[in-house]
Design a protein around this ligand. Structure first.
Ligand code: RB5
Length: 149
C-alpha cells in the first residue's frame, strides 16, 4: 500500500510524527507538503494529495490541518474523493467499513500524536464491507454527477 500525506502549517508537526510511524510500519508514502511552519493555504495541499488518489497513484491520502475541517471540506470537492474527519478510532473503523473513505483528515490542534497514530492504523487496516453500503456509495456518486449547477 502507498499513501499520500499532506498538511498545512497547523498540521506539519503531526505530519512528521505520522511519517515516522509510517516508516516504522514500512508503509510507503508520498509527502505532498507543506514542509515548514510558514503560513500556507490548506486547499493547495488537499488538492495535491487527492489528485494522487484520483489518478490511482496512491490508495489513500491523509490530510492534516489545525482542525481537520478545512482539509475535509476541500478534499470532498474533488470527484471520487470521500474524505472523513476522524477524532476517534470508532469513526476511523466505520468510515472505511461503511463509507469506503479514501481520505482521512485529522485535526492536529484537536488530538495528540498517540491517538492520531491509532486512528491512522485503524483507517489503513480497515476494510469496506460492501453490500448495502456499496449501494449508498453509488448514490453518493450519483449526487456528484447530477449536481453541477
Ligand atoms: C490554519 O490557521 C487553520 O485555519 C487550518 O489549519 C485549519 O484548521 C482549517 O480548517
Amino acid at each position: 500500500m502507498k499513501i499520500a500525506i499532506a498538511g498545512d502549517h497547523g498540521g506539519v508537526a503531526l505530519k512528521s510524527a505520522l511519517e515516522k510511524h509510517l516508516d516504522d510500519r514500512q508503509i510507503e508514502y508520498v509527502d505532498c507538503g507543506t514542509y515548514t511552519e510558514e503560513s500556507c493555504d490548506y486547499p493547495d495541499f488537499a488538492e495535491k494529495a487527492c489528485r494522487l488518489v484520483q489518478e490511482g497513484k496512491v490508495t489513500y491520502a491523509v490530510l492534516i490541518c489545525g482542525t481537520g475541517i478545512g482539509m475535509s471540506i476541500a478534499a470532498n470537492k474533488m470527484r471520487g474523493i470521500r474524505a472523513a474527519l476522524c477524532g476517534d478510532e470508532f469513526s476511523a473503523h466505520y468510515t472505511r467499513a461503511h463509507n469506503d473513505a479514501n481520505v482521512l483528515t485529522l485535526g492536529a490542534r484537536v488530538i495528540g500524536v498517540g491517538l492520531a497514530e491509532r486512528i491512522l492504523d485503524t483507517f489503513l487496516d480497515g476494510t469496506f464491507e460492501g453490500g448495502r453500503h456499496a449501494r449508498r456509495i453509488e448514490k453518493i456518486k450519483e449526487i456528484e454527477t447530477k449536481n453541477h449547477v
